[in-house]
Design a binder for this molecule. Structure first.
Ligand SMILES: C[S@@+](CC[C@H](N)C(=O)[O-])C[C@H]1O[C@@H](n2cnc3c(N)ncnc32)[C@H](O)[C@@H]1O
Length: 354
């Protein structure tokens, strides 16, 4: 049986082209790509990549000045936070919840938009596996380039379950998928309500639609749009706060700092066509409100829902192209590392040039 995509990049001896994290005795962390003849310079001396290539992770190696470094492969969480970025990435704590709350299963057909830097795509690809399908939609070609290269760098090869489609998700989705043929839809974009009709068309009855949004105004707008459509049920929202702990002898306490806000998750289930959502007997305590109250909170004028108005920093095409170039270099090295496994049965020929 062949191994699932990406497994050989995560175990066995370290190979040229792979990324490793090195931590010094002061806890300073650097992520480097191993290159034959390569060197990592610090004011404390020089660490030779050749001393790491062909060896295992989890070891401590010394540089030219005898300074020790702990060597480990980055986990998916680390990789995502250190890879080149075009758009803002979904944080690992949220990616984990997205996979769970959207109920993404091996073999599932999943639609994702936008693809951004490809961070969430990696978690979704791991969850659907080689026999599932992930269709990722992105309107900005430079971001799609960053994402493709990041995903290839992470898995060490193109992922067989992945297709990237350029264009607006709401327009492209119904052209690509048969009605009711998609198991799960995951949207991380500014205006997910614009995709409502497309999602309702392609999602299978009972299928999960998950939205990841950064602000309460977006959350409210997409929730109301989904409810008003009458085509979904079980509209639920939450956010995830992860508080790290400091562990040092008797000083065991929460960390002083944490990432307090990233985004909200909102899920809904697709009803079968023509079905109405079950009305709960419990009386709703929702207060009366006027159209102008909603207008103040959720302006109907689409032009007002700009990235700047929602507190997002715009990413220029130039910055995105630079990130794509960096990511492509990482992908080429990672692919070469993977090919060296195929050719040498898992052993890395040392001294080989990139
Ligand atoms: C925050 S980023 C996504 C980040 C991504 N989930 C990740 O983890 O790397 C939002 C992306 O959605 C794209 N986008 C926004 N609206 C879109 C639409 N209607 N169709 C396709 N892509 C869209 C933007 O260009 C941007 O790349």
């Amino acid at each position: 049986m062949t191994e699932p995509t990406g497994v050989s990049a995560r175990r066995g001896p370290l190979r040229a082209g792979q990324r490793v994290q090195i931590k010094d005795a002061k806890g300073r962390l650097n992520t480097i790509t191993l290159l034959p003849g390569g060197e990592f310079h610090s004011y404390q001396g020089v660490l030779r990549h050749d001393d790491l290539i062909g060896g295992f992770e989890g070891v401590v190696v010394e540089n030219s000045a005898g300074q020790p470094y702990q060597v480990l492969r980055p986990l998916l969480n680390d990789f995502v936070l250190s890879m080149p970025r075009g758009a803002t990435v979904v944080y690992p704590k949220d990616a984990a919840q997205i996979v769970q709350q959207a109920d993404v299963f091996p073999g599932a057909v999943v639609v994702e938009a936008g693809v951004g830097s490809g961070a969430l795509s990696m978690s979704l690809l791991r969850a659907v596996g080689d026999h599932g399908r992930l269709h990722s939609y992105e309107r900005r070609p430079e971001f799609a380039d960053v994402a493709r290269a990041n995903v290839e760098a992470f898995f060490g090869a193109e992922h067989p379950a992945w297709s990237v489609h350029l264009g607006d998700a709401q327009e492209e989705m119904p052209k690509v998928h048969e009605p009711g043929s998609v198991d799960r839809v995951v949207l991380d974009m500014l205006a997910p309500w614009e995709c409502l009709d497309a999602v309702a068309e392609v999602l299978a009855p009972g299928g999960v639609w998950l939205n990841y949004v950064a602000t309460a105004t977006q959350l409210s707008r997409v929730a109301e749009a989904i409810r008003d459509s009458g085509r979904f049920t079980q509209v639920e929202a939450n956010e995830t706060l992860v508080r790290g702990w400091h562990l040092d002898g008797l000083a065991v306490r929460p960390d002083h700092r944490m990432v307090a806000h990233t985004g909200f998750l909102l899920t809904a289930r697709r009803l079968a066509s023509g079905e109405e959502a079950l009305r709960l007997k419990k009386r709703s305590k929702v207060s009366e409100f006027k159209a102008e109250d909603v207008e103040a909170w959720q302006p109907a004028d689409e032009a007002r829902w700009t990235p700047e108005a929602l507190g997002e920093r715009p990413v220029t095409d130039k910055k995105a192209r630079k990130a794509a170039k960096e990511a492509r270099l990482m992908a080429a090295r990672s692919r070469a590392a993977e090919q060296s496994v195929d050719a040498y049965g898992g052993r890395t020929p040392t001294g080989e040039q990139d």
